[in-house]
Write a protein that binds this ligand. Structure first.
Ligand code: BTN
Length: 324
């Protein structure tokens, strides 16, 4: 643990109360000047620390800063490696440096901001500073490639559970295949990438990237997504990011362990779908087809019917859908 981690821990143990710089310095065996420098860096990270002249530092109650300690405080699964970055182009791209060292335990990279957040089908994902949860999980599935869709669908279910737990008044829904919606607007997207070993039809690795809009961005959403994107909350929620992150991860891990074993994921996914019964447009490259979505099968594929009453089954791959 760094001195900065230790200082925030001391302040968190005394939240709402003044702790003198001298006391912190003594505990850590560093100078008061070093304490002060660390306090500035904590403030830059977003911690609301007041400097009470001549008395010391006070950490205010309603902090919402993502941190490894903060996530681990709620996380049940201890066997996960966590990296927190302040700013990165894309957590999905960053985590690729660890592919050669991949282990059975998950590695998760979070960032407070992404400068080139990636979405599905070559789109971008708007990831402004400190208002969202942006992370990627590197894992090595031990099931066959035929189950790959479940990496995304299990994650969408986990995001819904996380949102429900932290914001019980919200009703998250899943828009097939990888988007989570609240009141007909997108609040989360998931981008799954990976590599398979053709001979064995097994995964070399998989990366599951998740972006959740928690708060309204300070400059609002850009014009092109303003009408289709939304956030979970209008005001800051004490420790919301750490709580949401750990709840999603714990739930994802639980669901992940059922892949290829039972149909828990497809059942939950179906219950959370906002697409079934709706008229949709399926888009594959330049081709657009109109259907009514009539169900989701046990492989989380979308069952659709055309205007002649003929049924078809859509697998995620290159297809995206728009609800009419
Ligand atoms: C989509 O909406 O099409 C998927 C969006 C996925 C965004 C997340 S944010 C964390 C991770 N890093 C990325 O560059 N993308 C994913």
């Amino acid at each position: 643990m760094t001195n900065r981690d230790l200082i925030i821990q001391i302040l968190q143990d005394n939240i709402g109360q003044v702790v003198s710089g001298e006391e912190i310095a003594k505990k850590l065996g560093i100078t008061r000047n070093a304490v002060w420098k660390n306090i500035i860096s904590l403030q830059e990270m977003g911690y609301k620390i007041e400097n009470k002249q001549g008395k010391g530092y006070i950490l205010k109650e309603d902090n919402d800063v993502l941190s490894e300690i903060g996530i681990r405080k709620y996380l049940s699964d201890k066997n996960i490696d966590i990296i927190i970055l302040d700013r990165v182009d894309s957590t999905n791209d960053y985590i690729k440096k660890y592919i050669d060292e991949i282990q059975d335990k998950w590695l998760i990279v979070f960032a407070n901001e992404q400068t080139n957040g990636k979405g599905r089908l070559g789109r971008s994902f708007y990831s402004p500073r400190n208002t969202g949860l942006y992370f990627s999980v590197l894992l090595k599935p031990d099931f066959g490639f035929e189950y790959s869709t479940f990496l995304t669908t299990a994650c969408a279910v986990a995001v819904c559970s996380g949102i429900k737990k932290v914001f019980p008044n919200l009703e998250p829904k899943i828009k097939w295949v990888n988007d989570v919606y609240i009141d007909d607007k997108k609040v989360c997207g998931i981008l799954t990438e990976g590599q398979i070993n053709i001979e064995t039809q097994t995964f070399a690795y998989a990366i599951v990237g998740v972006g959740v809009n928690i708060y309204v961005p300070s400059d609002d959403f850009p014009q092109d997504i303003k009408n289709i994107a939304t956030s979970l909350s209008n005001s800051e929620f004490g420790d919301g990011k750490n709580l949401l992150a750990s709840t999603i991860i714990d739930e994802y891990k639980k669901l992940y362990l059922t892949i290829g074993k039972n149909d828990t994921i497809s059942k939950k996914y179906r219950e959370l779908s906002c697409v079934i019964g709706k008229d949709i447009i399926a888009i594959r490259g330049d081709e657009k087809k109109e259907y009514t979505a009539i169900g989701i099968d046990d492989k989380c594929r979308l069952i659709v019917s055309n205007n002649k009453g003929e049924n078809d089954i859509l697998s995620s791959g290159e297809i995206s859908i728009r609800i009419k």
